[in-house]
Design a protein around this ligand. Structure first.
Ligand code: NDP
Ligand code: 7N6
Length: 308
């Protein structure tokens, strides 16, 4: 594959300042430039982008700046011969640190106190409410870059860690690894269930009413994967019926989440606007992946993180 230009599509600006990525890639021998909708692409182009566009199918290679590539039509990429790579591998600190934050908020009740601070209220939760993460069980569903980062941190905090992955292969710090068909058993004594799977045909609606019912009434759901991994109505019912203790959500069924969505109204729901991965060095992490693959392409080697 001969790469003659790196085009950074304007949509990548949702994840980092585009000039910062252009600067980080300036050591490459090919020109790097920002492109907007309306641009056409050719067989010498690599396009770095947040979202898919029809015109990208004329390029040689598209690099998605997200780990999730569920918005891309992989069959169309395979049919056109355009390579598609994703950004899995760079979220092993950001998203897991955010997850530890959610877990700590719930155990130590920090979300309640932050809300009270706004109202200048001096009050504390009832004696039986606060707990410690130490000794509590977390079930991490999806044990890749993010899941392993969560598991390692939870283990270091003294939590009892179990997990779920397709292969069932063991992971350091994870006491027991279940396969997807055992999800109900994996969550049934967890205090926290953390979702870190890609959105695929197999994971769409994975967390339904049956899985939420299997979770203990004092358990919290954490979704840093994609909204559609959870059945929206089932989660809303579980929260309304208090059949789970609460949820922390970073990924939604519709983004931005509409202002009138019921999720906004729950004190026991912590919401972040799909920013669990945000960090001030995201552009450098993306530059590292792109640089490595440009060099591989020039040596005629296969691309890292190729998904189509
Ligand atoms: P990885 O590819 O590294 O890991 C994915 C994991 O999910 C693997 O362990 C895989 O199993 C497991 N998995 C896949 N299908 C299933 C299934 N049907 N049942 C159970 N486990 C399954 O991905 P990342 O950790 O980098 O990212 C995971 C997802 O998180 C992304 O696809 C994206 O949607 C989301 N994400 C969200 C972010 C945010 O900002 N909130 C940031 C980055 C990612 P196995 O190991 O056996 O292959
Ligand atoms: C944006 C990351 C992903 O899949 O959903 C995340 O990587 C978005 C910085």
């Amino acid at each position: 594959m001969d790469i003659e230009r790196i085009a950074v599509h304007e949509s990548a600006g949702q994840a980092f300042p585009i000039p910062a990525l252009v600067e980080s890639l300036s050591s490459l021998s090919v020109p790097v430039e920002r492109t907007t909708d309306g641009e056409t692409y050719g067989p010498g182009d690599c396009v770095v982008t947040f979202s898919p566009r029809e015109a990208f199918l004329d390029a040689a290679w598209i690099h998605g700046v997200r780990a999730g590539y569920d918005e891309f039509d992989t069959a169309a990429y395979e049919a056109s011969g355009t390579a598609l790579t994703n950004s899995t591998g760079i979220h092993g600190d950001t998203v897991p640190e955010t997850v530890v934050g959610y877990l700590t908020m719930f155990a130590r009740r920090l979300h309640v106190y932050r809300d009270q601070q706004r109202e200048r209220v001096w009050d504390h939760e009832a004696y039986e409410v606060p707990f410690t993460l130490t000794g509590e069980r977390v079930c991490v569903v999806g044990l890749g870059t993010i899941g392993q980062g969560v598991a390692r941190r939870a283990d270091a905090l003294g939590m009892d860690v179990v997990g779920v992955r397709r292969s069932g292969d063991p992971v350091d710090g994870v006491e027991r690894v279940y396969t997807p068909d055992e999800l109900g058993a994996a969550v049934d004594d967890a205090r926290f269930v953390v979702l870190a799977v890609p959105l695929t045909d197999a994971t769409e609606g994975l967390v339904d009413a049956a899985v939420l019912d299997a979770m203990p009434a004092d358990a919290y759901l954490v979704n840093v994967a994609r909204g559609d991994v959870v059945v929206e109505e089932a989660l809303l019912s579980a929260l309304a019926d208090e059949s789970i203790a609460g949820a922390a959500i970073d990924a939604y069924w519709e983004e931005p989440l509409p202002e009138d969505h019921p999720l906004w109204g729950y004190e026991n729901v912590v919401m972040s606007p799909h920013c669990a991965a945000f960090t001030n060095h995201y552009h450098e992490d993306i530059a590292g992946l792109v640089r490595e693959n440009v060099e591989r392409a020039m040596r005629g080697e296969s691309l890292r993180n190729r998904v189509a």
